[in-house]
Design a protein around this ligand. Sequence first.
Ligand code: 16G
Length: 244
Amino acid sequence: MTGDAGEGRIVVHKYEQVAASIRESIAQSLSPHDALASERELMAIHGVSRMTVRKAISVLVEEGRVYNVHGSGTFVGSADIFSKTPKLTSFTEDMISRGSTPSSRVLELTRIAAPDQVALALGLAPSSEVTKIRRLRLADDTPIALEEVYLPTTVLPTESLNLGSSLYEQLRLAGYEVFRAEQEIMAISLSAEDSRLLDVAEGSAALSVTRVSSSRRGQLIEFARTTYRADRYTFQLAVTRDDK
Ligand code: 16G
């Protein structure tokens, strides 16, 4: 850490200086998917510790400017690819954070008896009523994801939904802010129909994320399956070793 915390002075941390310098070299001389200098090289170039380099890189990962590939290094991100961090966010928030305009095409909105898997995940009695929503989600008019969402009708009545705008924002306004989610991420290849909707070659790879969301008080709110184009979406996960 550098800088002087004296009165009126702005403290600029060393990692911020390193991040700024990497940002500049990306803008000046690197292209998407080019490798950044290694951690060791960055330590030597900037005369800083490994921890400072890591902190600088993590800031750039958060900004979506670079991405890490385990065992290979850090690479320059592409404006086309959204790199999702482990924060709980909605599609709208994800797209706004990368400077894109989100939109939706509603494919289905029905009130049905909950399928067994949904009832089980949401702790509902078998065949309870849920709203089923299918939407194609776009960023700047490019299809990015297909969403299939089930909400108990007791949480939000089907008729009150405005699917042109953020579902999570409507849930928040109704007193059901989504606070926590259990997720499973799976690699799939797209069906002919889903490939057409996502505007990719038939059978292209996709990431299917099953999410069960709950409120701060632990109330189960949503069962969702979101299918992301694998050429437009990656997931960042931080992992730590358990202390023994
Ligand atoms: C994301 C969520 C989905 C949620 C939607 C709400 C994942 C894996 N899925 O797609 O569960 O229903 O956002 O988005 O993050 P909205 O608030 O923009 O409508």
